[in-house]
Design a binder for this molecule. Sequence first.
Ligand SMILES: Cc1cc2nc3c(=O)[nH]c(=O)nc-3n(C[C@H](O)[C@H](O)[C@H](O)COP(=O)(O)OP(=O)(O)OC[C@H]3O[C@@H](n4cnc5c(N)ncnc54)[C@H](O)[C@@H]3O)c2cc1C
Length: 287
Amino acid sequence: MIPPRFEYHAATSVMEAVGVLGQHKDAKILAGGHSILPAMKLRLAQPATLVDIGRIKELSRIIADANGTTIGAMTTHAMIAASNDIRQRLPALSKAAELIGDQQVRNRGTIGGSIAHADPAADYPAVLLALGAEMHAIQITGSRTIRASDFFVDLMTTALKSNELLVDVRIPALAPRSGSAYVKFPQPASRFALVGVCACVTLDDKGVCAKASIGITGACASARRATATESALLGKKLDAAIIQAAAAQAASGMDCLSDIHASAEYRAHLVTVMTARAIQAAVARVM
Ligand SMILES: Cc1cc2nc3c(=O)[nH]c(=O)nc-3n(C[C@H](O)[C@H](O)[C@H](O)COP(=O)(O)OP(=O)(O)OC[C@H]3O[C@@H](n4cnc5c(N)ncnc54)[C@H](O)[C@@H]3O)c2cc1C
């Protein structure tokens, strides 16, 4: 299928890109093109102008420092999966990137494109919620930081404004004695998450859970925190029975999606099973 006609603008700097976004009301960013181009061919999106940000080198990098890791919006899933820094510091994010689609999708698709698109079955939102990420967005008049908990608003809807460019994602360093893990039950054809869960736990020196954050994708219209499960873990030694009991509450209050791939009941059950696995894997990684 052929997309409708559009103007094409290849930006060479961030300010040039936001300048075009600001001038053209109906302009959209083109990153890896793996979501927007199919949507245009199906006439689900009809932007008058596409602003290609693929030539802006500063958007395609991973910077790790003592306080955290910054990932440029144009960094591909393949670059994230191949990064030693990310594998060592943020194994949950590394695994999420490695599990996205197939090699071709990982070579072209970007973290910025994935989270700006906000597909309910995308992998990164669960990880970014659990790890307390912040998104840095810029427009012609200034920039702002948006916490992951405020960023994912609804089905294919984020807090980004139409004239804003997502520049990078910042993930704080994990506290000492923390472990994180991402597990997913993939839809067998696309590999998108029927349910994906990221757990991050911090234990004190007696092995008691001092902090727990759990992000869930695929189950609802947008990624959610499993707050009841997080509360049930706090102050406990995380043995198998405690983890199972806490994970059993993971879908409470969630309005799970129902579609041709899975019923709401099936997704809710998967949420509890995958949450238990993610917590177990995170606890096993505590160093
Ligand atoms: C066959 C297939 C399988 C897939 N499997 C998975 C999977 O298992 N898990 C998963 O999570 N995803 C999966 N995806 C989606 C894939 O990860 C896409 O790469 C991603 O959703 C979009 O990234 P992109 O860089 O291609 O963005 P694009 O398609 O270029 O853009 C997507 C949207 O985001 C906007 N946008 C892009 N970058 C920015 C920015 N910096 N600032 C503001 N707005 C921006 C665009 O305007 C557009 O609206 C799959 C896709 C395909 C085609």
